[in-house]
Design a protein around this ligand. Sequence first.
Ligand SMILES: NC(=O)C1=CN([C@@H]2O[C@H](COP(=O)(O)OP(=O)(O)OC[C@H]3O[C@@H](n4cnc5c(N)ncnc54)[C@H](OP(=O)(O)O)[C@@H]3O)[C@@H](O)[C@H]2O)C=CC1
Ligand SMILES: N[C@@H](CC(=O)OP(=O)(O)O)C(=O)O
Length: 367
Amino acid sequence: MAGDKKVNVGVLGATGTVGQRFIALLATHPYFVVHALGASERSAGKPYAKAVNWKQTDPIPSYVRDLVVQTCDPKHFKQCAIVFSGLDADVAGDIEAAFRSADLAVFSNAKSYRRDPHVPLIVPLVNPSHFSIIPQQRALHSPPLKKGFIVTNANCSTTAVVVPLAALERAFGPIESCIITTMQAISGAGYPGVPSLDIFDNIVPYISGEEEKMEWETLKILGGIAEGDDGTKEFDMHSKTPLRISASCNRVPVIEGHTETVSIRFARRPPPSPQQVREALQAYTPDTAGCPSAPRQAVFVHEEPDRPQPRLDRNHQFGSGVSVGRVRQCRVLDIKFVVLANNVNIGAATSSIINAEIAIAKGVVSV
Ligand SMILES: NC(=O)C1=CN([C@@H]2O[C@H](COP(=O)(O)OP(=O)(O)OC[C@H]3O[C@@H](n4cnc5c(N)ncnc54)[C@H](OP(=O)(O)O)[C@@H]3O)[C@@H](O)[C@H]2O)C=CC1
Ligand SMILES: N[C@@H](CC(=O)OP(=O)(O)O)C(=O)O
């Protein structure tokens, strides 16, 4: 952003796993300034340092220690141009709607509005063009809004896989089949999350709703926006070139970083070679120029045979990109590889922050 202008932002769900990561990341942001914090009645009225059960490796940033946590009522956030939400999905729906109605720009991590036909589901390294639906979202609101809107992030496992898929579709055309197996970190379930007796020395081969989310969200993100005769825009769900996805989701005893094995078949025959795929992934440049929180390299491609690994690779580029490795031929489909993404950073808070940076750059949020 040009100049030294600061932008006031609020954080809803500021005490949770994603909320704490927002607080940590925003502490060093060049122009976002945290002005208000919201959480449940349990936390409201307390200074942040007293309300939060801080679980980040760095100490609580000093700027926020004494900021008093508010209830999630828009009246406390009037001075904010942007509100980031790390709210529990059970309450996010009503609260985020109230903030949008109060003409605030809401960047949400919850699943509540991902399937809304007027709400874009934006992974900033993939589909920032979907911001074009925002004027329609505002116009259809009753009463129509001037500034308010909701933009959602994807599910954290979806985010990891759509980045390499987008890179490969850009280079080689449509992908027609994709089989994914996830190994998801415990932090994906919030705090305290999965009981230690369930996850220690164990793998849980089920995460409620996760497979359906991955299979559906990927189509909305990788698809385009079609325009009807009356000018109404709608998400085309990749329908021009149908993409079949099968996801199997597992919880593993890793604290942070979702790892996924992916096999894909391209529509084009013959398919690209593993080396061509590696080069295309490495060269992929998303439309995030000028966004201070975007990674320098969206997809980092490992040559070592045993990478990426969550403990070694989850904090590369502050967890803002994805790491891919083991790109090789698949004997059933065409190509297979491993992808790793930090579920709390690019899988959640970092994506929201880059989305907000893009919204400012595109003039969707005026500051
Ligand atoms: N963890 C992850 O890796 C990812 C999470 N997400 C999504 O992000 C959201 C947040 O997840 P996560 O941080 O893990 O969840 P947590 O359970 O760790 O945090 C939930 C937050 O919501 C607040 N909250 C709960 N009930 C209320 C209420 N009635 N009114 C106001 N605030 C309330 C809590 O406040 P209090 O402390 O006061 O109870 C807390 O700040 C969820 O929707 C989740 O699905 C998405 C991608 C990845
Ligand atoms: N379900 C994810 C995290 C999450 O909260 O996803 P969603 O926002 O789609 O509910 C995980 O367990 O790792």
